[in-house]
Write a protein that binds this ligand. Structure first.
Ligand code: URA
Length: 206
């Protein structure tokens, strides 16, 4: 996708419409992937879930936002980040210049942990193959980790979020940007500005 600046220049040159030929088929690949694990029972999280919550959004996005695991509302609706944390994320994305429908949002674990507890190491390791496959299909320029569970899943080890927040780390050829989890920002509203600044930084880097 092109930057707002580039599009502005094209508009100033009088170019109003652009036809883009792009590689097709990511929707289909994701559909096949999701079909392959909609009945997954590989870890105990399947026992309490209503449904598996797949990633959602634009499979051609240059950025994939990764959260922890579905909460109550996500488990009910079958979509990531549709509860209170999702509302905050939507607001911040908009303010930073992202359109939610233009990005892709997913989680490290695809089933809701009971009582919204943090997924444990075994659950993360069991589920991570699905996130890895989503990332293989989407091939984003940036993976944006929302909070420490996302960092642990994506980078395979824990980091102190305060040390890596706002930074870009590498995972093979992919760049990984790290910021807070929106639930943390809900509990600590004073961190909203930092969260927003991070998202704006990410937007500028695309
Ligand atoms: N909703 C999600 O989908 N993921 C989270 O990590 C939190 C809320």
């Amino acid at each position: 996708m092109w930057s707002d600046n580039f599009l502005k220049i094209l508009r100033e040159l009088g170019i109003e419409e652009i036809y883009v030929e792009r590689e097709e088929g990511r929707e289909e690949l994701l559909r096949e992937l999701y079909n392959s694990f909609k009945d997954c029972k590989a870890c105990p999280l399947h026992k309490n879930r209503t449904q598996v919550v797949f990633g959602d959004g634009n499979p051609y996005s240059e950025v994939v936002f990764v959260g922890e695991a579905p909460g109550e509302e996500e488990d009910k609706q079958g979509k990531p980040f549709v509860g209170r944390a999702g509302k905050l994320l939507n607001e911040a994305l908009k303010e930073a210049g992202f359109k939610r429908e233009e990005v892709f949002i997913t989680n490290v674990c695809k089933c809701r942990p009971p009582g919204n507890r943090k997924p444990n190491r075994v659950e993360i390791l069991t589920c991570i193959k699905y996130l890895n496959k989503e990332l293989e299909v989407i091939k984003p320029k940036f993976i944006c980790c929302l909070g420490s569970t996302a960092v642990e899943g994506v980078l395979g080890r824990s980091y102190s979020i305060t040390k890596v927040r706002g930074k870009v780390l590498k995972r093979k050829e992919q760049r990984v940007f790290i910021t807070y989890h929106p639930s943390y920002v809900l509990r600590n509203p004073r961190e909203y500005e930092t969260f927003l600044t991070d998202l704006k930084t990410l937007k500028r880097m695309l």
